[in-house]
Design a protein around this ligand. Sequence first.
Ligand SMILES: [Zn+2]
Length: 294
Amino acid sequence: MSFSEILSGSEVGKQLDSMTKNERLPHAVVLESRDKTLAQKTAGEISKVFFCSGQNKPCGKCLGCMKAEKGIHPDLYRVDITDGKQSVGVGEIRSMISDCYIKPNEAVNKVYFISERMTAEAQNALLKILEEPPQNVKFVIITESSTLLLQTVRSRCTLFKLGDVSSTNENELNEKAFDAAKEIACAIPDNMELPLMLAVTKLSKDKALTQRTLEKLSEIICESIEEKYMPTGTRPQYIQDIARSLRRRSLLSLMDVVLKAQTMLSQNCNMNLLTTWLCANIRQSRHNKGGYNG
Ligand SMILES: [Zn+2]
């Protein structure tokens, strides 16, 4: 099967097919899709390309292709959330990194599928290996939204957005979400509790808006983290304010709070509970007491 077939003739599908044909498939990709099955299928096809021992990769007939098709190839590793946890932690990433230096079992390459739900610390640990991976090591990060990833991680990978997400409704939702996220972000450095509470409780009725707002909020926090590490002075004023008024640790902990809130939302938690939790934990991160509750 070609990528075009999997992705119903979309531009992304054609792009992936042409990269495959020219043996230019990147060593680190991010697959962004709200459709998990589609993302898994595309990731599977990528692993096939890397495991295939045939001439025209993926031939679909060799042992490598067949094992990849079934998802049972011994050189395929999944870095996923373990039982009882909300996200992939730095420990899992570190053991993956040491595994990267061990030779493949059967194929020429090793392929790692990585879950998007990583703590900020785990994502930081991932940076170096993404930049300078051992030869023949490939990474596929599968995510509902690339905003769950730190900009520094995103910039080291090639992003493929699967499925069409642009429409008027989408744009409208994006704009509303951005406004809401900005309002929350601007209230973060403020020591008054009321503005933050008002901004967050506005979300409690609309799940789709909340989901998108959390995505935008994580983008804003990512940008603030970058401003903190490498101040440009040219980013929007509110980004500069957040970067200036919060410590590095507070910003990383805020990022984790937003990621956790996204997980809670995807698990259909009660919306009022979520907004209360979010308020309390943003406040706690702001004061740099480290981590969130639970
Ligand atoms: Zn093959």
